[in-house]
Ligand binder design. Structure first.
Ligand code: GTP
Ligand code: MG
Length: 184
């Protein structure tokens, strides 16, 4: 939604964060919004919310509403409700667990089958290869292969991230928001 007050443009963007359980969705959001990290795992139940206000530029204020969606299978039948009116998405996998990468396609298909922009196009979605602090030899090591995968599957881009060491979290978010702005 856009409103103009004193020449300042304001946007409210609903952004989804999805992917298999334990991949670091909640941790990435905590890092991004509060600059905090905890090694303890507490599974998200259903959905959590976080808000970040960004002074994008001198004329633009953006409120990002992050929907932190549980990876557990038992919440899967709720995704249509959670996805409603979203304008951007992160799909997160854990670079140390192949099964979480294999599930990325399932999440992407679920997303694209249940939500689209008003003009019918897919919402911009960024792939996050998280926990890159853990392994030198990780699943996202082959840049070319990752680029190809993203092109094939309709991701606008991908980043290696670490919620723990604060790697690329801000950058990935800036990138996704710029893609959302382009679509307006
Ligand atoms: P669900 O809510 O169950 O879907 O999980 P989630 O995707 O929200 O995962 P969460 O953020 O709770 O993180 C799971 C575990 O991985 C926690 O113990 C985190 O501390 C850990 N973790 C998250 N991000 C990173 C990271 O970048 N590096 C490392 N080493 N550990 C991480
Ligand atoms: Mg969580």
């Amino acid at each position: 939604s856009n409103t103009t007050t004193n020449d300042k443009k304001e946007h409210l963007y609903k952004i989804l964060v999805i992917g298999e359980l334990g991949t670091g969705k909640t941790s990435l959001i905590k890092r991004y919004v509060h600059n905090l990290y905890s090694p303890n795992y507490r599974a998200t139940i259903g959905v959590d919310f976080a808000l970040k206000v960004i002074n994008w530029d001198a004329n633009t204020l953006i409120r990002v509403q992050l929907w932190d969606i549980a990876g557990q299978e038992r919440f899967y039948n709720m995704t249509r409700v959670y996805y409603k009116d979203a304008v951007g998405c992160f799909i997160v996998f854990d670079v140390t667990r192949a099964s979480t990468f294999e599930a990325v396609i399932r999440w992407k298909n679920d997303l694209d089958s249940k939500v689209s922009l008003p003009d019918g196009s897919r919402i911009p979605c960024v792939l996050l290869a998280n926990k890159c602090d853990l392994a030198k030899e990780n699943l996202a090591n082959n840049n070319e292969q990752m680029n190809e995968f993203c092109q094939d599957k309709g991701f606008v881009g991908w980043f290696e991230t670490s919620a723990k060491d604060d790697i690329n979290v801000e950058k990935a978010s800036k990138f996704l928001i710029s893609k959302i702005l382009e679509k307006e």
